[in-house]
Ligand binder design. Structure first.
Ligand code: GDG
Length: 456
């Protein structure tokens, strides 16, 4: 069997991947079983780009991490990846901060990674590149003579041509994608957006359902919706520690229900809109006062990027204003946690919450929606309120789908979720659970790797 070489900006620790998310666990398990390499940046803030790689062997796999300079972290990672591509691909042209030095660094880092990776590759390897930080990597590897099968998976949305062309580098980005054998997206919408660009601007010829010819190159473009380790996550709900148990018991005694949100504090997640919807719910249904709380876990992320400071300040002002207006000495309507919560606590907290509130303004997939479903008690499940603009909505139409910009609709859906009869909750949950179990992280891995392996 071919070796698998995974390339991503950050490398999950193969030794302790169980503590991380499902994706890291799934990839780490596959790598340990089939032999391969996981290659990426070492995460340190003060290296030399192109400096010596660190190699660590774990089981049959090797973890290879390389340093980046402060300047490249600022320009490639915080700059081009997270101040240009992240907002652009999430349809937020207003937040794009384009500077030529960012793109130069992005290209240079990809070239450097390719030079460091190429000598490690064997002819028969399957190379799987992840996410927007590394779009040009295949192009750089091909220039060095690498002929391996190389696939790319984009974890975030891919915008329609009209938005993409607002980037000065759209032609280079799309051209770089065509050097992959397989380009995978989360949804039909994302895959359709690249196909539309190819058709409109590059006169691509469609050879089959998913095969396209552009110039002399052949590329497979398909959707591979990412899943979670659903049974592993469900198992975690049975190990609630004392603190979580006590919190659950307290709410049970007081007859209080909980709405839960779990998101990195990112402007794409629609957090201010969610708080406003909760506030609207309370204004329209004062009978819910003291009987419902909203727990929002929002750990910090990319704080060095200006737009993230702005969203944090906006959120904190909203939480303060709503709590100040509604709270009583024995009830705090919104509990906001701006720290990372241990994964072993998240699963039972989700199970103990009657509503999963997942309303990003735009999201590639959104794993929290799937985790919430996996965590529920099938006999007495909670209700998922999900944004239409999360990739997950394409597969999860038994959730209460909402427009995350429409505060009234979200407030109405929260009320509907809190008052939904048991029979309807069970029926919706059963359908959602079936799909989350069937399309889990393993199914995603197998589907992508099989598409890549069968390319030639
Ligand atoms: C990108 C795409 C796509 C969150 N807070 C804590 C915590 N989390 C965990 C969640 C979940 C993961 O982080 C977040 O995954 P999402 O899918 O929701 O979002 P992104 O981080 O934006 O991920 C996204 C994903 O890639 C995979 O392709 O679905 O669309 O944007 O697992 O539970 N985990 C812990 N503490 C926290 O406080 N332990």
């Amino acid at each position: 069997m071919s070796r698998l070489v995974v390339v991503s900006n950050r490398v999950a620790n193969l030794r302790s991947a169980n503590h991380a998310g499902g994706l890291a666990v799934g990839l780490a398990d596959t790598l340990k079983q089939r032999e391969g390499i996981w290659f990426g940046w070492n995460g340190a803030a003060d290296g030399v780009t192109g400096g010596e790689a660190q190699v660590e062997r774990v089981g049959r796999a090797e973890q290879v991490t390389v340093p980046l300079s402060r300047e490249d972290i600022a320009n490639y990672y915080l700059g081009y990846a997270n101040s240009v591509l992240w907002p652009l691909f999430h349809y937020r042209l207003d937040l794009v901060d384009y500077r030529p030095a960012f793109f130069e660094s992005y290209q240079r880092v990809n070239e450097t990674f390719a030079r460091q990776l190429a000598p490690l590759l064997k002819a028969d390897d399957l190379v799987w590149v992840h996410d927007y930080h590394l779009i040009p990597l295949a192009r750089c590897l091909r220039k060095l003579g690498c002929r391996q099968r190389i696939g790319f998976f984009l974890h975030i949305p891919f915008p329609p041509p009209d938005i993409l062309v607002a980037s000065p580098n759209h032609a280079e980005l799309v051209d770089a994608l065509l050097d992959y054998d397989v380009v995978g997206f989360q949804t039909h919408t994302d895959a359709g957006n690249l196909k539309a660009y190819l058709g409109e601007r590059l006169s691509a010829v469609q050879l089959g359902d998913t095969r396209f010819q552009v110039g002399g190159r052949n590329v497979t473009i398909d959707r591979f919706p990412i899943g979670i380790d659903a049974s592993g996550f469900a198992a975690m709900t049975r190990q609630a520690d004392d603190e979580v148990q006590i919190d659950l018991m307290r709410r049970r005694v007081l007859g209080r229900r909980q709405i839960i949100g779990v998101d990195r504090l990112d402007y794409s997640k629609g957090l201010p809109e969610r708080l406003k919807a909760f506030d609207r719910l309370m204004a329209q249904h004062p009978e819910l006062e003291k009987s419902v709380t909203y727990l929002q876990v929002a750990p910090p992320t990319r704080e060095e990027v200006g737009a993230y400071g702005d969203i944090r300040a906006e959120l904190e002002a909203l939480v303060g204003a709503i709590n100040g207006r509604l709270a009583d000495f024995n009830w705090t309507p919104i509990r906001y946690i701006h720290r990372s919560v241990d994964r072993s606590k998240l699963a039972p907290l989700m199970r103990g919450s009657q509503v999963g509130f997942v309303t990003p303004l735009r999201d590639g997939m959104n794993l929290v929606a799937k985790e919430y479903v996996a965590a529920q008690d099938p006999e007495d499940p909670g209700v998922l309120v999900l944004s239409r603009f999360a990739g997950a909505a394409e597969e999860m139409d038994e959730a209460l789908l909402v427009n995350p910009y429409d505060i009234d609709e979200m407030a109405r859906s929260l009320h509907r979720a809190l008052t939904m009869p048991l029979a309807e909750r069970r029926q919706r949950h059963a359908a959602l659970l079936e799909q989350v179990l069937r399309h889990d992280s393993k199914a995603w891995l197998d589907a992508f790797l099989s598409a890549l392996a069968h390319r030639r």
